[in-house]
Design a protein around this ligand. Structure first.
Ligand code: SF4
Ligand code: FES
Length: 239
């Protein structure tokens, strides 16, 4: 008989070694997340997948599932904590949702809607960050980067290239590109790389396309992210 734990009162089966997120996704239950992609090693940095396991709050993407545990992923307390984390992500960068090509198909925006975030709440940092359009096929807008490291992990662990890395600490943390000039166009990055297709925001975008789907028909216009899931699973529709 397989082991189970309770997630918001529902029995979730799991195998030894699975995280709470692994088991929830396998059971078709959505836990909000941004830095998690089941194809890549978990990173546990965005904290949006925070759940309550009784004695403490843990990130579902890194915490191991265990027999009989009771997990709260949907109480107002948990949702309020997630909202605060999302509000911080929004003010730390420059997220121009109304003008962004990824609007309607952006996980950051969709998770904010899911948690009921209505305003940024905190004072905007308005950091000065560049846009790198040096690559022939892909543009990278650092203003929209949430430092989830999905591109870092995809490039390193899947593409075998190490094009991206995070440099600096704390508020000085930023994404850097491994090329003599620091520009994407001078790196070995290619549009076919997995790293070009994992960004949950509009930070890494293909050139020559944009605003292709009318408002009302975009990925997360149709149904919430809890039903639609990650944008990467719908790449052909939205990229
Ligand atoms: S560019 Fe995108 S995938 Fe890479 S760290 Fe920033 S938000 Fe994450
Ligand atoms: S999805 Fe778990 S910490 Fe980001």
């Amino acid at each position: 008989m397989s082991k189970t734990f309770k997630l918001d009162g529902r029995e979730i089966p799991f195998e030894t070694g699975q995280t709470i997120m692994d088991a929830a996704l396998a059971a078709g239950v959505y836990i909000p997340h941004l830095c998690h992609n089941p194809e890549l090693a978990p990173h546990g940095s965005c904290r949006v997948c925070l759940v309550d396991i009784g004695e403490r709050q843990v990130s579902a993407c890194t915490a191991a599932a265990s027999e009989g545990m009771e997990v709260d992923s949907s109480s107002e307390t948990i949702q309020a904590t997630r909202r605060a984390i999302l509000q911080m992500l929004f003010v730390e960068g420059n997220h121009v949702c109304p003008a962004c090509e990824k609007s309607g198909a952006c996980q950051l925006q969709a998770v904010a809607y899911y948690t009921g975030m209505l305003a940024p709440h905190f004072t905007h940092f308005f950091p000065r960050r560049p846009v790198d359009a040096s690559h022939p096929d892909v543009v990278i807008d650092f203003n929209r980067c949430i430092l989830c490291e999905l591109c870092v992990r995809a490039s390193r662990d899947h593409d075998g290239k190490r094009v991206f890395a995070i440099s600096g600490r704390g508020l000085e943390s930023h994404l850097v590109i491994d090329s003599p000039s620091g520009l994407l166009g001078d790196s070995c990055f290619a549009a076919a790389d997995k790293a070009a297709h994992v960004c949950p925001t509009g930070a890494i975008l293909p050139k020559g396309r944009g605003y292709e789907t009318p408002i009302g028909e975009r990925l997360y216009d149709r149904e919430p992210i809890s039903i639609v899931g990650d944008v990467r699973a719908h790449e052909e529709e939205v990229v």
